[in-house]
Design a protein. Sequence first.
Length: 191
Amino acid sequence: MKKKTDNELVELACTANDDALNELIIRYQPMINRVKYHYFLRDYDDSDWQQEAMIICYETTKLFKIEKAVKFGGFFKLRLHNHAKSLLRRESAQKRKSQTEAFSYEKSSELGIVPAQVYLEVTLQTLRFVDFEKLDRLVKLLSLLELKALQIILGNISIDSLNEAEQKGLRAAKDRCRKKLAQFLAENESY
């Protein structure tokens, strides 16, 4: 039986012929392995790389023009490298996003946001508008239950997260918290 050329396999793979596509993947496996070892993508194993290579190979067969003076192997290699770079850029962007949104407990302690006796969990959206020195003074004015009431007012925790005894005193704690907050804001108008 005669071995098919790349161009014949490309034409067959274009018509969704799985055998032809698999033959192309087998034929170009060494190139796929070189690309795989060239780029490190976190959480990508061999099967992920094989799947990506299969998808890119199929897309390449659809885009490949036999009449052009370009060989399929070179075109496939270029597209696979470009795809790997895109995956790497996306991973890096997600990594930067998570790193920029992270706010360590140690850093918050240094800034005085978290007094030793209590941990006030504040969302990143709230932290963007807070003067940390003043927040520390406000936190020190509030009791533990009032801090929890403030968190409920801010929408950071739900009432269900409190125990039954805390829920009973919550209404009064909310009122005290609002009064202390209003007084604090009046005294610190630049807040």
